[in-house]
Design a protein around this ligand. Structure first.
Ligand SMILES: C[S@@+](CC[C@H](N)C(=O)[O-])C[C@H]1O[C@@H](n2cnc3c(N)ncnc32)[C@H](O)[C@@H]1O
Length: 208
């Protein structure tokens, strides 16, 4: 079955606002986590690998995981064109599939958690996939009134952003400590009533 993300993949990288957001989040990750050349990274919900390509030159490997074959096809073409062989695309949906037998120093989940039904379960998966001392970075929308996505186009979105305090609580329950959050960027875009609305995007980090 072809999904919204399979169809959106071909033009995913063409939206300047998406690149602006990703750049702001990636720069915030660099400030908060300081990725280093020994790190194995999991970019979960990687899409076309925008975050993966940002991180790859600075770390050992990036496993770029997504549940959309269409997104991964675009990513594979970008890897072929760039020759950057340290990015490894993987079809993975931790809501459905068994977790891989691998451990990471850093997991990044950028704008994917609002598409995941069971946040607590996904956080437990991430915790198990990190080495002790490893870091989880989640970037996502602050709670919004359900106007960020066009429901006609995308279908069900499980969370209209997140309340940071609630997410912190879930991260603590999953075993994460040293929790920090900051506003990485504010997306300004038109909404259905014709006006412009600001959507803050946070970066929350926690250590296993
Ligand atoms: C809003 S896009 C963000 C993509 C990418 N991180 C970026 O910022 O360009 C959400 C991505 O998460 C993927 N996704 C949604 N649910 C997923 C799941 N349960 N497991 C893995 N990937 C998922 C989608 O296929 C899509 O590529």
């Amino acid at each position: 079955m072809t999904t919204y993300f399979d169809q959106a993949a071909a033009n995913w990288d063409d939206k300047p606002a998406r690149i602006e957001l990703l750049t702001a989040v990636a720069e915030t990750i660099f400030r908060q986590v300081q990725p280093t050349s020994y790190m194995d990274v999991l970019d979960y919900g990687c899409g076309t690998g925008l975050i993966s390509f940002f991180l790859a030159p600075h770390v050992a490997t990036v496993t770029a995981a997504d549940s959309s074959e269409g997104m991964l096809d675009v990513l594979r073409r970008k890897i072929d064109q760039s020759g950057l062989r340290t990015i490894r695309p993987v079809l993975l949906d931790l809501e459905r599939d068994a977790a891989p037998d691998a451990r990471y120093d850093l997991i990044v989940a950028h704008m994917v958690m609002h598409h995941v039904a069971d946040t607590a379960c996904m956080l437990r998966n991430f915790h198990a996939l990190l080495w002790p001392g490893g870091t989880l970075c989640i970037s996502d929308l602050d709670t919004e009134p359900g106007v960020f996505h066009d429901p006609q186009a995308i279908g069900t979105v499980h969370h209209h952003g997140f309340d940071r305090q609630e997410l912190r609580g879930l991260m603590e329950q999953a075993g994460f400590g040293d929790l920090q959050d900051t506003t990485a960027h504010v997306v300004r875009k038109p909404v259905a009533d014709g006006g412009l609305r600001d959507f803050p995007v946070f970066l929350m980090t926690g250590r296993r």
